[in-house]
Every structure is written in C-alpha cells, then in structure tokens.
Write a protein that binds this ligand. Structure first.
Ligand SMILES: Cc1ncc(COP(=O)(O)O)c(C=O)c1O
Length: 371
C-alpha cells in the first residue's frame, strides 16, 4: 500500500518505527545528555546539549510530520512565540497583534519588543483585516482567539499580508494541526503551545514553531541556540508520548464539546455561549471553511462572578485551573486575569471524560444556580 494514502494520524503512530534497526526499542528512548563523545573535528556530529539532542530531534520530526514543515521545539508556548518575534523582527519593523488573543503575547511585545524600536498595533480578531496590512513586517493572528473564540480568515489575511510584504504568524494553540492547518492556508509560520492538547496531560510546558520558510527556520533555530531557549529532553519525551494519543484525545474532546455546547446554551442559567460549532455563533461560517473541527473550548457567560465561581466549584468533573487542552475537563473565569470579558465569563476546556457523565455533572451544577 502507498503510505501517502494513509492519514497523518495513522502514519504518525509508525513514524519512529520506519527508521528502526533490528533490536532497537520501539518506544522513543530518553537521552539525557548535555555533552557528547566528540574527539577531533566536531563538524557533522552532535556537539552540545544546547543545540543537539536525539530525543528532541525525534519529537521535532514528529511535530514536523504533523505540520508538514520544519518544526523547532521550545520549553513553552511563550518560548516559541518569543523566538518568532526575536528571531525575525528588527528595529523599525511594525507588528500587528490581536487585541483579544492570549494576553501574554501582547505583554511580551509591549514590554520587550517596543524598547527595541518595534512598533506594535493591535486589532480585534473578528475584524482583523479592517485597515489592511500596508507597512507591516509581521502579521500575527490567533484563531480561534483565546478566550473569546473569535476567528479570522487565515487565507485572506495571508494573501493580503503577502501582497503588502509581511510575514504571517499564526498561533494555532487552540486548534492543533488536527483541527486547523494555517500553513496550508498560506501562513508562513505556526507557533503553538504544546503545553495544551498536544502533550495533553497537564504535566509539561512546551511549544514549537513550524515553518516551510527555510530562512525563517534558520533564524529561529539560531535564536534558540544563541539565546539558550532549548527544552529539556524529558519534557520532549513526554510531549512525544502525548502526540501518540493526540488524535484520539482531540477527536473525543471536540466531539464532546460539540454535544455540550448546544445543551449549555439552552440552559436557563446561561446568558450566552461562544462556540464556533454552534450555527448561530458569529465564528461559525468562517470556522466551517478553515477548521476541520470546532475545537474543545467553550465560552459561557453566567450571570455574575459569583455564579461563575459557584458553577465551577459545584461541578465534580471540572478542575478549577488555568490552561486548557488536558484530559481533565477544566474551567476558569477569565476576568480574573484581566481579559476583557464579562465577570461571569467562563472558559471551559472539555476533556476526555465520557460525554454523558460530563453533561450530567455540568447540568447539575448549572441547575443549582437557578434553584
Ligand atoms: C493561545 C495561547 N498561545 C500561547 C500560550 C502560551 O503557552 P505556554 O503557557 O506554554 O507558554 C497560551 C497559554 O495559555 C495560549 O493560550
């Protein structure tokens, strides 16, 4: 059979197997090493742990296979995002960011890029193209945005940004390569927090950059090597293990979120719901064209801060925690971090629990708010 006919998920499971010699372990060995046996001329050999590690290389191979691009691993999602900024921008460049995406990205730009003479503008994700892209060096999008789940048109933005001479960077954390493929839609660079669904078990911070632009990849790899932002091999090993089940977890999480979103929206305790899979959601029509799943995040607005806290605390199958994409369903009020959302807005990250159990637990906790 021609392997090209197989899905990415099927091939990922056997990627390492393709290169094994007789007697090799089938699972990925963990190599903890900062130094390598290196007598004489070092060229062409692993040299030092800040540049080379076989466990990280195998993980990058798997991430690159998923992205169909070169992947470069980082110790966190923010490490990957910062590398794209510091590796590719210079004084005088203009950077356009979403005003409603993950707030730390804006903080990094505001605090550390501005002082190097990079000019920063922001726009809401839902109207990101308004105003055009003339004069920008980098257009950075996050779609669906965290936490409000607005979306922007990746293909149209890539087309218009390229016409204006800008690079397009897409944060694909909320979707993963199984739910959305920004590089196929024209983005130059993907950044992602593998801390979330790719690792999936809430026990690791990790990130990656993926790109088909060899020059950008070389610059970002050089930034990592020189600035020292290399992940630990054990974390890479854990993420590699997580990737082996990502497709099944992501499928379950998105499937359950699709079931729950309309039920939550219909509950009398709920003022409103954001979920790109709901036909009435403002993200829906665009989401259908550029996402293959609608994701596992649901935004629900309850009456007040108190109602939101009671809902989270009262549900035995919701872990009160920041972050998302883990096997355990989790939730938090995003206003507690200063996001521009209603005090009763809850970001719910749907996990891998059976959908019926999860709905019964969520329904009971919502019922308690209106009793
Ligand atoms: C959309 C998005 N991008 C990037 C990050 C940063 O990832 P990390 O926490 O691994 O640095 C996060 C973290 O929540 C996120 O939600």
């Amino acid at each position: 059979m021609d392997k090209a006919e197989l899905s990415r998920a099927a091939r990922l499971a056997h990627l390492r197997g393709e290169g094994l010699a007789k007697g090799d372990p089938v699972p990925l060995p963990l190599t903890m090493a900062s130094i390598y046996h290196l007598p004489g001329d070092p060229a062409g050999f692993r040299q030092y742990g800040r540049t080379d590690n076989p466990t990280i290389e195998t993980l990058e191979g798997a991430l690159g296979f998923l992205e169909d691009a070169e992947a470069i691993a980082f110790p966190s999602g923010m490490g990957a995002i910062s590398a794209a900024f510091f590796g590719l921008l210079k004084a005088g460049d203009r950077l356009l960011l979403p005003s409603d995406g993950y707030y730390t990205t804006r903080l990094v730009a505001d605090r550390f890029l501005k002082v190097f003479g990079i000019v920063i503008d922001t726009r809401p994700t839902a109207s990101f193209s308004d105003g055009g892209f003339a004069g920008y060096r980098m257009i950075y999008v996050e779609t669906p945005s965290n936490p409000m789940l607005d979306v922007c048109d990746l293909a149209a933005i890539a087309r218009d940004a390229h016409a204006a001479g800008a690079l397009v960077v897409a944060d694909n954390t909320t979707m993963t390569p199984f739910g959305q493929r920004p590089l196929d839609l024209g983005a130059d660079i993907v950044v992602a927090a593998d801390t979330k669904a790719p690792n999936g078990h809430s026990d690791v911070l990790f990130g990656h950059v993926a790109t088909r632009d060899a020059e950008a990849a070389a610059a970002i790899r050089a930034w990592r090597k020189l600035a020292g932002g290399i992940p630990g091999p054990f974390e890479a090993w854990l993420v590699h293990r997580g990737l082996e089940t990502m497709e099944v977890r992501f499928d379950r999480m998105c499937g359950t979120a699709e079931i729950l979103a309309s039920r939550i929206a219909a509950h009398p305790a709920v003022a409103s719901v954001r979920y790109p899979g709901l036909p009435g959601d403002s993200s829906h029509s665009l989401a259908r064209t550029q996402m293959s799943r609608f994701g596992f995040l649901i935004g629900l607005t309850l009456e007040s801060e108190g109602a939101a806290e009671r809902f989270i605390a009262g549900c035995p199958l919701i872990q009160p925690a920041t972050s998302f994409g883990g096997v355990h369903t989790s939730a938090e009020r995003r206003a507690r971090w200063g996001d521009a959302v209603a005090p009763g807005f809850v970001r719910l990250s749907v996990g891998c629990e059976p959908a019926d159990d999860l709905w019964r637990a969520i329904e009971a906790s919502l019922d308690a708010l209106v009793r």
